[in-house]
Design a protein around this ligand. Structure first.
Ligand code: AMP
Ligand code: ZN
Length: 113
């Protein structure tokens, strides 16, 4: 998608602090971190949100979840971490390209809603 921020980051048109990349997945540091480690993991194909995952494109979600433990290990998250995806208005999704937040490096609050 030509006007998608994360597609532009994946394409290298907008700079990012990359922490991981493979054929299907790109991961980079969140620009406004909410924890000592705050990484965004995105599919290289444009999917608007978790609500856009289907039988044709779900393989990239598996690839993301294969990458997440590698990223967590590289970031030193030996005591656990949280993985979140915000989907749609009620969840306050601000960037309409599927992404998973990895948050860690401190004890996180119990509540999420
Ligand atoms: P969400 O609210 O779940 O859609 O999350 C979008 C995330 O993207 C937020 O945590 C933002 O801080 C982050 N973000 C926005 N622009 C950039 C950028 N240029 N580089 C890195 N992270 C960004
Ligand atoms: Zn996109």
């Amino acid at each position: 998608m030509s006007d998608c921020l994360f597609c532009k980051i994946i394409a290298g048109e907008i700079p990012s602090a990359k922490v991981y990349e493979d054929e299907a997945v790109y991961a980079f540091r969140d620009i406004a971190p909410m924890a000592p480690v705050h990484v965004l993991v995105v599919p290289k194909v444009h999917i608007a949100s978790a609500d856009g995952v289907n039988a044709e494109n779900s393989a990239c979600v598996a690839r993301i979840f294969e990458a997440i433990p590698k990223i967590a290990a590289a970031e030193g998250l030996t005591n656990g971490y949280r993985v979140i995806t915000n989907c749609g208005e009620d969840a306050c999704q601000t960037v309409k390209h599927l992404h998973f937040h990895i948050l860690g490096g401190k004890p996180l609050p119990e509540t999420m809603a």
